[in-house]
Design a protein around this ligand. Structure first.
Ligand SMILES: [Zn+2]
Length: 265
């Protein structure tokens, strides 16, 4: 199993990060993908795959971080991102995307400009994109209609857009990963979407430290909970959990262009 989205660099893991990673391997995981949230984390994150190739990273600017960054530096940040991606070592561009219709300090115009910058870099460096979209699917759909998408693909992370929108993203070649909400009792929308997505486009993630699956809901999530999420997905699809585990792992290996080392058996 590969956790395609966990923020292990978050401060909430400062006290016990090494234990969290150990528990992930003990739970049967073979890989972790850590998406950067902002420029100050890019260089430290790039150190991680050099030490252990089972930990891969994405480099990008999370839309929720934009209010903390001066807008006049967006261009310089994207230039530095270009240079770092050119050096190799990142498995993806992201986390990037759109969040909230009118986030203070990050008007839609700015969010779209920064996201376009990420998509251009993904095309240039032949990398897949880790896409965040919260409450702005209409704007993202407009962008996808007008912008050439990266050939290496797009992973819609913690997908919450429902089945109807999923059909549009499927037609655009997107992949989808699901997080803890698939195990929550009231989760209808992600499950409806899950059922219309082709099996070869599916992945799983914890989105740790957020969105913990049942029975850990409300507490800090961590990659060792990924099997619960895969069980929840498998149940909704009516397939055995081990089959889905294998399928989602293969899909992640392929999308991230074999950045994760082959499983040792
Ligand atoms: Zn994230």
């Amino acid at each position: 199993m590969i956790d395609t989205h966990c923020h292990l660099d978050a401060a909430r893991f400062d006290a016990d990060r090494a234990d969290v990673v150990r528990r992930a391997w003990a739970a049967g995981l073979e890989g972790l993908l850590i998406p950067a949230v902002g420029p100050s984390t890019w260089e430290p994150l790039l150190e991680l795959p050099r030490k252990d190739a089972r930990i891969q990273v994405g480099l990008g600017i999370h839309p929720q971080l934009l209010p903390d960054l001066p807008a006049e530096e967006d261009g310089a940040h994207l230039e530095r991102l270009d240079a770092l991606l050119g050096q190799g070592g990142a498995a993806a561009v992201g986390e990037c995307g759109l969040d909230g219709p009118s986030q203070a300090g990050a008007p839609l115009e700015r969010q779209l400009a920064v996201l376009r910058g990420h998509l251009a870099l993904a095309r240039k460096h032949h990398l897949p994109v880790l896409m965040h979209c919260h409450r702005l699917h209409p704007a993202l759909i407009d962008l996808f209609k007008s912008e050439p998408l990266p050939e290496a693909g797009i992973l819609m992370h913690s997908y919450s857009g429902g089945a109807e929108l999923a059909r549009f993203y499927i037609q655009k070649g997107c992949h989808f990963s699901f997080a803890g909400p698939v195990t929550w009792a009231e989760a209808r929308k992600p499950l409806d979407a899950l059922r219309v997505i082709p099996p070869e486009r599916l992945m799983a993630e914890t989105d740790a430290p957020d969105q913990a699956p049942t029975p850990h809901r409300g507490a800090r999530s961590e990659p060792a909970y990924l099997p619960r999420i895969i069980e929840g997905m498998a149940q909704a699809l009516g397939v055995p959990a081990d089959v889905l585990a294998q399928r989602t792992t293969e899909n992640a290996r392929r999308l991230f262009r074999e950045a994760f080392p082959p499983a040792s058996r």
